[in-house]
Design a protein around this ligand. Structure first.
Ligand code: C5P
Length: 288
């Protein structure tokens, strides 16, 4: 039996660079690992079956864990089976990559459970067939991402902030958000990679420079999410920003007391997750 943690992510900035011919968009973002995490347990079985703690989740081929297992079983394991148990903590439709993280954990776990020894590049290819941000979750740490989100440069990002992440009980589908957001006409001078990596030493610059191109659409459609961002700022966040295509908003707090206070207040209405500073250390292939 194998037990894996599948962490959530936030996006430290997100730019939609261009619409591509294949129906996807090129983006620029910085993925950053945060709490909470799901738990994916894998056991040998005759067929691919799944159980989950969240009754709202489908446990058939609409579920990315099942799709991941089916793909690896068909292409590399001659139809072997596995029992997948998913302890679900990451909210759904929240811009936190929960389904993608679960899928990546399933890919990594089955590579071990079935003793396939698939190389990293092959795991990356399989992951990308499951979703644009599944490859990021194959490794820990933070990563600067371009292309569909699959061209990754990992960096050890010791973010000197408490992250207060708030899920406003609203579900947003990523495909809808991409379809309804127009590509920015002008591109900013500085690359998001430089903004984030230099911003760790210069928090004021970081907070001034981080934006998310989905905010206008999402805030217009769901004014409650715009209000949540304002509340986080009023409660002392140095920066509050939408994660991915929403619906979650996170606040970066330099003061522990302010972060705890904001979490206590917002918990009365929403699901809140607090990640301590320097939580996320990982490998690097970006020279910093
Ligand atoms: O790759 P994934 O299945 O997560 O994407 C869901 C949908 O979001 C895609 O079908 C596409 O419409 C949109 N998308 C996009 N550009 C990206 C990622 C996703 O247009 N980089």
């Amino acid at each position: 039996m194998l037990k894996l943690r599948a962490y959530a992510k936030i996006n430290l900035g997100l730019r939609i660079v261009r619409k591509r011919g294949d129906g996807y968009h090129d983006i620029e973002t910085f993925f950053h690992r945060v709490l909470p995490f799901d738990e994916v347990t894998l056991e040998p079985a005759d067929a691919i079956v799944m159980h989950t703690s969240n009754p709202a989740l489908p446990i058939d081929s609409r579920n990315l864990c099942i799709r991941a297992a089916q793909l690896i079983s068909d292409e590399h394991a001659r139809g072997r089976g596995a029992r997948i148990t998913l302890g679900k903590n990451i909210p759904i439709g929240a811009g936190l990559g929960g389904g993608s993280s679960d899928a990546a954990a399933t890919v990594l776990g089955l590579n071990r459970l079935w003793e396939l020894n698939l190389p990293t590049e092959r795991l990356h290819e399989l992951a990308l067939r499951l979703g644009s941000d599944v490859p990021y979750f194959l490794r820990g740490g933070s990563a600067y991402a371009t292309g569909r989100g699959e061209q990754l440069g990992y960096a050890p990002l010791d973010l000197p902030y408490w992250v207060v992440l708030v899920y406003p009980n609203i579900h947003i589908a990523t495909a809808w958000a991409f379809q309804n957001t127009s590509v920015a006409l002008t591109q900013p001078a500085a690359s998001l990679k430089d903004v984030v990596l230099s911003g760790v030493a210069n928090p004021e610059l970081l907070c001034r420079s981080l934006t998310n191109d989905f905010e206008p659409l999402v805030f217009h459609t769901h004014p409650a999410i715009a209000q949540l961002k304002e509340r986080l700022e009023a409660l002392g966040a140095d920066l509050a920003l939408l994660s991915g295509s929403g619906s979650s908003v996170f606040g970066l707090f330099s003061d522990e007391g302010d972060a705890g206070n904001a979490a206590r207040i917002l918990e009365q209405d929403f699901s809140v997750y607090v990640t301590p500073p320097n939580f996320n250390t990982g490998g690097s292939d970006i020279p910093v």
